[in-house]
Design a protein around this ligand. Structure first.
Ligand code: 6R9
Length: 707
């Protein structure tokens, strides 16, 4: 009967053509629903009662209040976002009357979305200056935990950050960096990386952070795409036992860019001395390179703030897609900043004074939104970690949590799985009683890892906040709010954040209702949404808005259950999610093909116990080439050199030929299945092979599995 009523209710709403209020279980039948949930299907767990005993200050009291706020956010978005923008951010000047204008329909004209247009603000001011002005200059913003374990506590206060940022911003200005220029940052995960980002933001330069694990070629491509004339990097750093010579890689990248263009693109490099080792001294080119510490010591101490329009770009961050080169995802100032801060505040119930620890590297979007912008706007005290969770031993994260009395810990499922492998003893060795909330991002969390995280790490006292979002979305989109009366389901990212209207559509782009499975799309604009792909707006339109008219297409598949919870089922395009990192199959394929002995390559995901997905490459060799172990190694090495270590294939499967349709398209569906033979898939599960030009290829590939 309940279901029936709900259906009728949908219909009524729809004819009004309005956005539907949250169709999660309604407030009144919460108890009933939970019992129903407990009895079978996907088990649900209430947010632990102890959480509310241990944490007494809450931004949102309970699920009823969450739903009221949600419904307000989608029924009266203007009022909701205008209130929040004034509460959360400091504006030099408020926006023109329009909060948001947008077009999501490719047939009606160009895709665009603008928030708070005409408003003036500065991201650095909101993150740093205003906290110092308000008397919080001595509060620690970051505890810097380096690669090596040490008993010292090294904190950077808000005032210290401001001092470094102003000096670095002065240096950038003196080197000719103007508003709108793109500055590349290629550094390990240390506070200086944050300083570099904010120095750019202060003067209106757009930062382009390139993850320190990427190769010279990847860096060069990003420098070229964004025409970056200035690079901020460091001599090198230690990651676990390994030394990463960043400066050498940056030099090689600058050289590659020069070769491509025929002139010198990179005019200045500012090098932070991190390694400071005799064996690995960086070679400095006096015309281009200067040391960070020398430049800063001579720099102008104060640097004026550049007031930006809310719609001026704040940064570009490259991410892999299913085709071609990585896309430069562009975020703007006002909407992004507000969205990062609000999600950080509510998802983690963050209050100033709490010590918060996000293990992500600032080279990824999680670092941008939840190590830099969101937390700093909220005047957080955080831990920023340069090293790896297993160095010097597998208890590093728990030790860090104890050392700084971390309250909220935000990490990735892959990391949880890799630590599970070492057993509970590493966890139990540590005092974790400061932890009150645990959160994950990057990929679906499998229920075993969820339960282990909750039980072993959180002692069943902490909510687990599984956040689904993307580089393009700027901040959390779907998550289980850590509020009283909410029921968590392990493995489900749960319900939408304020202002987010997720929809599930079928192949034809028709919206599905109630329980369903299909493509996850977003129907209405939200402030944190990216605005364009750098230099290629049509790519933005065709990738995200052409597949289903009127919607932002996320690229993820998903299921919505009877309670309105969303379950992400993985990418529906040719993107592989390795340890939470997005890798385009096309990129890995071209790196393999670039090797002289390869005729053809096809790359698919394969299930991997720790990484979630691994990279499985089918390689067809050129005539006369022998499939040897050396060649296997060489091919893996080639990919590492071309793109970076995270893209190294786990498996190279020799393929005398690839299964193709008569029109010559590689049948990836079959290749994916063959890659799964090690699990419970058998050759009988390969599906229809009749449309192949040569079905025998499949038998041949099956016989070569594991060889
Ligand atoms: C933030 C980030 C985005 C892709 C996304 C999806 C996967 C991220 C997830 C998740 C299931 C979660 N993803 N979080 N899948 N549950 N909680 O990771 O951004 O690097 O752009 O990756 O990651 O497939 O489409 P990004």
């Amino acid at each position: 009967q309940h279901k029936c009523q709900r259906k009728r209710w949908f219909k009524r709403r729809l004819t009004f053509g309005r956005v539907r209020p949250l169709q999660l279980y309604s407030c009144t039948n919460l108890q009933e629903t939970s019992q129903e949930l407990q009895s079978g299907g996907d088990r649900s767990y209430p947010v632990p009662r102890e959480y509310f005993d241990r944490v007494t200050n809450h931004h949102i009291n309970n699920i009823e209040q969450y739903m009221l706020l949600y419904n307000h956010s989608i029924l009266q978005p203007d009022e909701f976002w205008s209130d929040k923008a004034k509460q959360v951010l400091s504006w030099k000047q408020l926006w023109d009357d329009q909060i948001c204008s947008f077009n999501f329909d490719v047939e009606k004209g160009p895709i665009f979305c603008e928030w708070f247009k005409g408003g003036k603000l500065n991201a650095c001011y909101n993150c740093i200056d205003r906290h110092v002005e308000a008397g919080h200059g001595d509060q620690v913003a970051y505890y810097a935990e380096g690669n090596e374990e040490s008993a010292d506590i090294r904190g950077y206060t808000y005032r210290e950050l401001l001092d470094y940022i102003e000096r670095l911003a002065s240096v950038l200005k003196a080197r000719g960096v103007h508003k709108g220029d793109v500055v590349a940052i290629y550094m390990p995960n240390i506070p200086e990386l944050v300083i570099a980002m904010l120095a750019c933001a202060r003067i209106g330069a757009i930062h382009s952070v390139v993850f320190g694990g990427f190769s010279a070629e990847s860096l060069a491509n990003r420098l070229l795409d964004a025409k970056s004339r200035v690079v901020i990097t460091c001599d090198g750093y230690k990651r676990g036992e390994k030394i990463v010579p960043l400066k050498t890689v940056a030099d090689a990248a600058a050289e590659l860019a020069r070769e491509t263009l025929g002139y010198n693109l990179v005019e200045h490099k500012i090098i932070y001395q991190r390694l400071n080792s005799k064996e690995h001294t960086a070679t400095m080119d006096g015309h281009v390179d200067e040391w960070w510490h020398e430049a800063l010591s001579k720099a102008e101490k104060h640097c004026a703030i550049e007031w930006m329009d809310a719609e001026d770009p704040l940064f570009v961050l490259y991410t892999s897609g299913s085709t071609g080169r990585p896309k430069g995802i562009v975020h703007t100032t006002g909407g992004y900043l507000l969205y990062a801060a609000l999600t950080h505040r509510y998802a983690f119930n963050y209050h100033p004074g709490d010590v918060y620890f996000c293990t992500a590297d600032c080279g990824w979007i999680t670092g941008h939104s939840y190590v830099v912008y969101g937390p700093l706007v909220n005047r957080a005290t955080q831990v920023i970690f340069e090293g790896v969770p297993t160095y010097p031993s597998a208890d590093r994260l728990w030790k860090i949590s104890a050392k700084y009395k971390v309250k909220q810990l935000y990490t990735a499922p892959t990391l949880i799985r890799s630590l599970m492998r070492f057993g509970e003893k590493y966890v139990k060795n540590s005092q974790r009683d400061s932890l009150t909330l645990l959160a994950t991002v990057g990929e679906p969390i499998n229920p075993e890892a969820w339960k282990w995280f909750s039980r072993e790490v959180g002692e069943n006292l902490c909510p687990i906040v599984d956040t689904w979002w993307q580089t393009e979305t700027g901040g959390h989109m779907i998550l289980p709010p850590p509020v009283q009366g909410f029921y968590q389901k392990p493995g489900s990212a749960s319900i939408p954040f304020f202002g987010i209207v997720p929809v599930v559509v079928n192949e034809k782009g028709e919206e599905l209702f109630g329980e369903c499975e299909g493509y996850l799309c977003i129907k209405k604009p939200w402030p944190g949404m990216f605005r364009t792909v750098l230099g290629d707006h049509s790519r933005m339109e065709s990738t995200y808005f052409k597949p289903f008219r009127g919607y932002y297409m996320s690229g993820d598949g998903c299921r919505r259950d009877k309670d309105g919870y969303y379950w992400l089922t993985g990418r529906v395009d040719d993107v592989i999610n390795v340890s939470g990192h997005r890798i385009g199959t096309a990129e890995v394929e071209s790196a393999l093909i670039a090797h002289g002995s390869v005729a053809e390559a096809a790359v698919v995901p394969a299930p991997h116990d720790i990484k979630g997905q691994g990279i499985y490459a089918y390689v067809t060799l050129r005539e006369g080439e022998e499939p040897t172990e050396e060649l296997r190694k060489a091919l893996k090495h080639a990919v590492r050199e071309h793109i970076g270590a995270i893209c190294t294939p786990d498996v190279i499967h020799w393929a005398p030929a690839l299964p193709k349709t008569r029109s010559g398209k590689i049948m990836r569906r079959i290749l994916r299945k063959i890659a799964e033979l090690g699990t419970n898939v058998t050759p009988n599960d390969l599906g229809d092979t009749s449309t192949l030009s040569d079905p025998q290829v499949v038998d041949m590939l099956v016989s070569l599995y594991g060889k």
